[in-house]
Ligand binder design. Structure first.
Ligand code: CP
Length: 311
């Protein structure tokens, strides 16, 4: 059997996705996380599993929720600080991974700016790689937690109409949301300025809106996306006034769409894509998405540790 990884949601079937969401739901209460003894979960040869978190890009919720999830499973975590690593002295990324591997870690949770880097190194290490976001490629645990939070709120994803609004072009979250939620029966549309529209094939057949007003008439869910300025090198974004007028989920817009559910992976930019009172409203799942993030990452890490024990 091969080392298990969690690099993308693409190989998962709808049944497998539903099963992971079911498992994650056991770790949730209506307002937070359930207290479950760590002894319930997989260990490594009877000892605490060891998980290293290597984030080469900024993160608050993904890094902390993986760390929280690992601790809830009774695993030990170590943070790798990419800004002070020996890559600054010329060591290659692969050497870095193999050096970490030689210290006996079970899982490497990796965020990196390069698309597909987890896949690239996965055959060169005995650690299981969990993709915590790679470039514009995908953010598989985010797609899974979004599906989990939406299923809890809406009951079923079948027939839901989800409009992604904002910087779809540079969004790894959008790519994972589409993969996971389409398999569960949701339809997608896009609402973005011309310069932030994606050009890959998977988005080609989706309805497009050039203003959130039209999108709100179509959608049951609005998935807001931050402008990914760290991936934009030229001045392609319209003026903030124009952007806000056409693409921001403002309080006024929300009042006219009382049945719409709002999701956002975070971090949010208030006054740009969303107003503060929209994020805090009962229609918003933003904080609940974060809680689902811990539950889903517990589920994925535990599944990987179980699969490793069966090797
Ligand atoms: N949603 C998300 O990936 O947030 P962070 O960048 O804070 O981890």
């Amino acid at each position: 059997m091969r080392t298990p990884h969690f690099l993308t949601t693409v190989p998962l079937t709808a049944t497998e996705i539903e099963s992971l969401i079911d498992q994650a739901s056991r770790f949730l209460t209506p307002t937070g996380l359930a207290a479950i003894p760590p002894s319930t979960f997989a260990q490594t040869n009877g000892n605490e599993s060891r998980i290293v978190l290597a984030f080469y890009e900024s993160s608050t919720r993904t890094r902390l929720s993986f760390e929280t999830a690992a601790h809830r499973l009774g695993a030990r975590t170590v943070i790798f600080d990419s800004s002070t690593s020996s890559e600054g002295k010329g060591e290659t990324f692969l050497d870095t991974v193999q050096t970490i591997d030689a210290m006996g870690f079970d899982v490497l949770v990796l965020r990196h700016a390069q698309n597909g880097i987890g896949e690239l190194i996965s055959a060169s290490t005995s650690m299981s790689i969990v993709n915590a976001g790679d470039g514009t490629n995908c953010h598989p645990t985010q797609g899974m937690l979004d599906a989990s939070a939406l299923r809890e709120r809406l009951g079923s994803l079948g027939g839901q109409r989800i409009c992604m609004v904002g910087d779809v072009r540079h969004s790894r979250v959008a790519r994972s949301q589409v993969d996971v939620l389409q398999k569960l029966g949701a339809e997608f549309a896009i609402c973005a300025p011309e310069s932030l529209l994606p050009d890959d094939e998977r988005f080609a057949a989706m309805p497009r809106f050039d203003s959130l007003d039209g999108a709100c008439e179509w959608a049951t869910v609005i998935s807001l996306l931050r402008i990914q300025r760290e991936r934009i090198t030229t001045d392609v974004v319209p003026s903030m006034d124009v952007y806000r007028e056409r693409f921001a989920m403002t309080s006024d817009r929300l009042q006219k769409a009382p049945n719409i559910t709002i999701i956002h992976p975070g971090p949010v930019n208030y006054g740009v894509e969303i107003d503060e009172d929209v994020a805090a409203s009962a229609q918003s799942l933003i904080r609940r998405q974060v809680t689902h993030g811990v539950a889903m990452r517990m589920t994925i890490l535990d599944s990987i540790l179980q699969q490793r024990n069966a090797l």
